[in-house]
Design a protein around this ligand. Structure first.
Ligand code: ADP
Length: 263
């Protein structure tokens, strides 16, 4: 099924990132079209998470740029951001939502309050509207019955679904997922992947760092393989996961053979 069109919605342009003497990214170029699902795979420490975090400037790239819907965010303009630059960064982060491995919910707020917070603070909508929105989103992720539960009363899979609802509440154009199922018990992975798959089917633009090769194969339009801070291969799931592969990719995928059989 083709859900994408040819508009490049989101782009990383030659993004480099250094942490002191460690170069985590050597100059990554990546494009997501509107409605495209991009899966980033690769061994631990290959720079996937750093790239994702640079895309919404959660980490400031050392150089390069991010382009979102034609607006260009040059790393050099944000090294020491003035008021205008800070305003632009807030705008970027509003348009690019993110879900983390560790959920990052407010522990002393209920599921409903966690989801209401963004629209209240960021969009400035009324409490009533924010509540309606949050309830609809909790229904969307299958958690209507748990809206008054605190995070500690929820399973990891439920917490991650609340985190997805919270991200959606501010209506972002691009959704970033940083290993969203890695902290979950295996039996809870499917409920989160199911929600992500339904978002993909809705035509959302998504970039997903994942170890779930089955998800990359079945849901992604494009798979990107990274090692040592660089993108080594990219293409359709068929091309990357089943086509001619570099030794590094063959060896990486070999470790996931069990997942592929299971999925
Ligand atoms: P991945 O997501 O593929 O596991 P990361 O992006 O987390 O990889 O890490 C890439 C490299 O950058 C690793 O060598 C890691 O140790 C380093 N790195 C990541 N974050 C930091 C940080 N905050 N400070 C120093 N080094 C970091």
């Amino acid at each position: 099924m083709t859900r994408t069109n040819d508009i490049a919605l989101f782009q990383a342009v030659d993004i480099k990132k250094n942490y002191g003497s460690v170069t985590a990214l050597h100059g990554a170029n990546l494009t997501a079209k509107r409605g495209e699902v991009v899966a980033l795979i690769g061994p631990s420490g290959s720079g996937k998470s750093t790239l994702l975090r640079c895309l919404n400037f959660l980490e400031k790239p050392s150089s390069g740029a991010v382009v979102l819907g034609g607006e260009r965010f040059e790393a050099k303009d944000f090294a020491k951001p003035n008021r205008t630059a800070r305003g632009r960064l807030i705008g970027l982060r509003r348009r690019v939502g993110m879900v983390f491995q560790s959920f990052n919910l407010w522990p002393h707020r209920t599921a409903l309050e966690n989801v209401m917070e963004g629209p209240l603070q960021v969009l400035g909508v009324s409490r009533a509207e924010s509540k309606d929105r949050a309830q609809a989103l909790l229904a969307r992720v299958g958690l209507t019955q748990r809206e008054h539960a605190y995070p500690s009363e929820l399973s990891g899979g439920q917490q991650q679904r609340v985190a997805i609802a919270r991200m959606l509440a501010t209506d972002p154009e691009v959704l970033l997922f940083d290993e969203p199922t890695s902290a979950l018990d295996p039996e809870l992975v499917g409920e989160v992947l199911g929600v992500m798959q339904s978002l993909a089917q809705e035509g959302r633009t998504m970039l997903v760092v994942t170890h779930e090769i089955g998800f990359a194969r079945d849901v992604a339009d494009k798979v990107v393989f990274m090692t040592q801070g660089a993108i080594r291969e990219e293409g359709t799931p068929e091309e990357v996961l089943h086509g001619t592969r570099s030794e590094a990719l063959r060896s990486f995928l070999g470790r996931f053979r069990r997942n592929e059989v299971r999925a």
